[in-house]
Write a protein that binds this ligand. Sequence first.
Ligand code: SME
Length: 150
Amino acid sequence: MLNSLKPEVKEILQNTENPVNSRMQAVCNLLQKHVPYYDWVGFYFRNGKKEELKLGPYAGTPTDHTIIPFGKGICGQVALSNKNFVVPDVKAQDNYIACSISVKSEIVVPLFVKGENIGQIDIDSNTVDPFTAQDEEFLEFITASVAEIL
Ligand code: SME
């Protein structure tokens, strides 16, 4: 199911008629609409030279967490670790920033441009423990594809 979305993701991202932010927005919309357990889908990017992340395009409930300092929450930890972070159950995490009480799990995959971690894709799910290695592989495909157009 995830793999079947890849051609459309590529088509959206490679459509140079649209601004880059609109293309990323369209990818968020696509994923949130078609993957039943992707309830919130968004990109965070490093905010200039600051040690913080800034919310980019997203699909789902608006969040108060538009700025996240490096090290804070799952997103802030990934900004420092450069590694995927899969959280099967957010209740088990101490360093976690709750965006909505309905969120049960989360996955964050970093986005590298020329080897530098410049952002990430963040997925929140209202289902406990929905993410597998296939989600990691799929989201790595997404971040690599976005990196190509940045
Ligand atoms: N839960 C995230 C914060 C971002 S929201 O999920 C949109 C975290 O702990 O970093």
